[in-house]
Design a protein around this ligand. Structure first.
Ligand code: ZN
Length: 321
């Protein structure tokens, strides 16, 4: 049995009807793995709750799996499906309100509608933030037209979980190597670059209260902080930033352990970002929830760090009270 039985996990996925990933989105999984995922994504009762119990997870924050509404070209349809997905999730949370909370799904194809939907989800449904699956039909969140969305996040004081999504174009380095697309590597490149675009586009200078969460141990960013500062300092744009990139990342970003169950990157993330900035997550049902739990129970970190990672950091970041 796990020794910490009240873990909080916050990169835990479901799918709402109409937003199931297409076979192309998940084609790289083995058929057996794919079948397990397809069964688990829309399931909220015995299987999910039992897996959480065995892993010592008392609370899962659920989010619509990728690509969700981010890849839908028809803006009105995306807005409608996001609204329906949030209502669907809210009903499922009501079945086990002590075990589940929600991240909103919003369609940034229509920025005004996304802001309204986020307000509805947080203020009326009690969701604790929003999760975006990468670029919205190719658009990254540093574009000026997304300013009202950043303003809404600040107003509501909820975090944005920036999760990988579909990568519509791969660079020449991926040519002839489809095995590097997706979770093996290209999602990491895309999501880390998305975060750095926000830093260098000064989004956080304009929105000083904005807070982000990255999964997968910070998508390699904690490992690279020194180099970002060193190399940005020899560019005119880098020198004109209000503070070094590492300071912006440390001030506005927290990371989760989803999909990375290894001590060395965990200790790097804790040392680079701070003990307050790392949170346990499992990436259910894509990753092995039990393996993630068994690992964090015995990872080579201090008892205080383990409690922060497993529970107290998430309680603070998500205002769980
Ligand atoms: Zn995930």
């Amino acid at each position: 049995m796990p020794s910490i039985t009240d873990k909080v996990a916050l990169e835990e996925h479901f799918t709402a009807p109409g937003l199931e990933p297409s076979i192309n989105d998940v084609a790289f999984f083995d058929p057996d793995v794919l079948r397990t995922i397809e069964v688990a994504l829309p399931e909220f009762s015995d299987q999910r709750l039992k897996a959480m119990d065995l892993a010592g997870i008392s609370l899962s924050v659920l989010s619509q799996t990728a690509p969700g509404v981010q890849s839908i070209q028809d803006a009105a349809l995306a807005v409608e499906l996001a609204h329906r997905a949030n209502d669907f999730l809210n009903k499922r949370i009501d079945l086990a309100p002590k075990r589940f909370r929600g991240f909103a799904c919003v369609a940034l194809q229509d920025v005004e509608a996304a802001c309204s939907e986020l307000k509805r989800c947080v203020l009326e449904l009690g969701f604790v933030g929003v999760l975006i699956n990468g670029a919205t039909t190719g658009a990254y969140l540093d574009e000026p037209r997304f300013a009202p969305f950043w303003h809404t996040l600040e107003q509501l004081d909820v975090p944005l979980y920036l999760h990988p999504g579909l990568v519509s174009e791969h660079t020449q380095a991926f040519r002839g190597h489809p095995e590097l697309e997706g979770a093996v590597w290209s999602w990491t490149c895309d999501t880390a670059t998305h975060m750095l675009r926000l830093v260098f586009a000064r989004v956080f200078e304009r929105h000083p209260r904005a807070r982000l969460i990255l999964g997968h141990m910070g998508e390699t960013l904690p490992y690279m902080l020194w180099r970002f500062d060193s190399r940005a300092a020899v560019t005119p744009l880098g020198r004109s930033l209000s503070q070094p990139p590492s300071e912006t990342l440390k001030r506005h970003l927290t990371v989760t352990t989803s999909g990375v169950c290894a001590d060395a990157p965990l200790r790097c993330a804790l040392e680079a970002m701070g003990d307050h900035a790392v949170m346990f997550s499992t990436d259910y049902p894509y990753e092995d929830i039990q393996l993630a739990s068994d690992w964090i129970e015995t990872a080579a970190i201090s008892p205080d760090q383990r409690i922060q990672v497993c529970r107290s950091n998430a309680q603070r970041v998500l205002r769980l009270g």
